[in-house]
Design a protein around this ligand. Structure first.
Ligand code: SF4
Length: 412
């Protein structure tokens, strides 16, 4: 098994931890309410801190890999502002962050510059200003396209807002547009999901991300301590999840997923990853970098970076983050605390197999004879989770995509 080899980043993620309100199923690193807007908003302080982190991480990369644009330090193919709701940042702050990234990290010609947005009228931002700032791809957290389901999920927007947001983005000339949708939501039916997908297709997105509603407990998983990459779950959200869990149904989720596979193939979308479908040429280059295990840098509270050999994360708490980077005493600031994990050859091999199988290109057939797949391949083939294509690639079947967690748990 080859040892993991580090390399300079090809992509950069900026985590923006602000939303106007908290959705009860959300496990992302987010602060909301008065911290996200109004006179007590912490957005200006965060922008100063994240700019400082961008500078400090760039200094480290310069020292390690050389100047941007040199043969050992390629410009970035992708920049992704995720959250949270990055669209609630002032457009000049977004433009300033993109300029700083261009200066210190370099952006390749036709780099993908993505921003996550909510569709509501007061948090979707101004798409024309976003395009002027350099955003090329917008990803809207639509989640559902009927008002009753949106309400049951605790979302602030209505279905009509998604229609308006998409129209505005197209009018502004956005190059690529994604809609996120959730399935296996309590109270929904397979027929309702079919209608949702058809309505989504009427909006002519370039990309669809379809996720089963997951109701994990980051506290129980030990991820929420002072240096953890998650924030504690509120009591209200915990109660909401306990009720919602009872309304989920594996068989219904499977039927919804199967329908998406067939319906989206009919209209020319490629299922290029377990949860992601795109029209040709609109695959998310940023997410492909993750699945292909290419090195990426990341900044912001709770953000994860990978240099090809070491995974690093930043502690999730905004106070810890800002106090380190922009100390109240005016001293220059230092990198925020967090943690890291060096991958050994076995864990790198497991990651390579799991991430490769998530994608439609899968793995070369030789992977069947190597650990960790060799030990489980007989079972996976017999259970019809894996198939071998005519051009000798190992890929997940639709059943394998649905049961991927079961397979992946055996591979780690
Ligand atoms: S809008 Fe998105 S990031 Fe914000 S709380 Fe809801 S699910 Fe989480």
């Amino acid at each position: 098994m080859p040892l993991p080899v580090p390399g300079p980043p090809e992509a950069l993620y900026i985590h923006v931890p602000f939303c106007i309100s908290l959705c009860p199923y959300c496990d992302f690193v987010v602060v909301a309410g008065a911290e996200a807007r109004g006179p007590a908003s912490r957005i200006p302080g965060y922008v100063a801190a994240v700019r400082r982190e961008l500078e400090l991480r760039a200094d480290t990369l310069d020292a390690r890999w050389g100047a941007v644009g040199s043969p050992t330090r390629p410009r970035l193919g992708s920049l992704y502002l995720g959250g949270g709701t990055p669209s609630i940042l002032p457009p000049d702050a977004i433009a300033g962050l993109i300029r700083l990234v261009e200066l210190r990290y370099g952006l390749a010609d036709r780099a993908e510059v993505s921003l996550e947005a909510n569709p509501g009228p007061d948090d979707r931002g101004d798409p024309a200003a976003l395009v002027a700032a350099g955003i090329t791809r917008l990803s809207y957290g639509a989640q559902a396209l009927d008002d009753a389901t949106l309400k049951s999920l605790g979302r602030r927007h209505r279905a009509a807002d998604v229609v308006e947001a998409v129209a505005e983005a197209r009018e502004a000339g956005i190059e690529s547009l994604n809609l996120d949708l959730l399935y296996d939501v309590p109270g929904t039916s397979v027929e309702g999901w079919m209608t949702t997908l058809d309505w989504a297709l009427e909006l002519e997105p370039d990309h669809l991300s379809l996720y089963a509603l997951t109701l994990d407990d980051p506290d129980a998983e030990g991820l929420t301590g002072p240096l953890g990459d998650h924030l504690p779950t509120t009591r209200g959200a915990r109660r909401w999840r306990d009720t919602a869990r009872a309304g989920q149904d594996e068989d219904r989720a499977a039927a919804m997923y199967h329908h998406a596979v067939h319906r989206l193939a009919e209209v020319g979308f490629e299922a290029y990853e377990i949860s992601n479908w795109a029209r040709p040429g609109h695959e998310s280059r940023h997410n492909l970098a993750y699945w292909e295990r290419r090195p990426y840098e990341a900044v912001g509270p709770g953000a994860h970076a990978f240099d090809g050999a070491v995974r690093r994360w930043t502690a999730a708490r905004l106070d810890t983050y800002s106090n380190a980077l922009t100390p109240a005493d005016g001293s220059p600031g230092r990198l925020p605390p967090g943690g890291e994990e060096a991958l050994d050859a076995a864990s790198a091999a497991a990651e390579r197999v799991i991430l490769g199988l998530r994608t439609s290109s899968g793995l070369p057939a030789e992977a069947m004879a190597e650990p960790p797949l060799a030990e489980h391949i007989g079972w996976a083939l017999a259970a019809e989770l894996i198939d071998v294509t005519a051009d000798d690639r190992i890929v997940l079947t639709t059943r394998g995509r649905l049961l991927s967690n079961e397979l992946f748990a055996r591979l780690v």
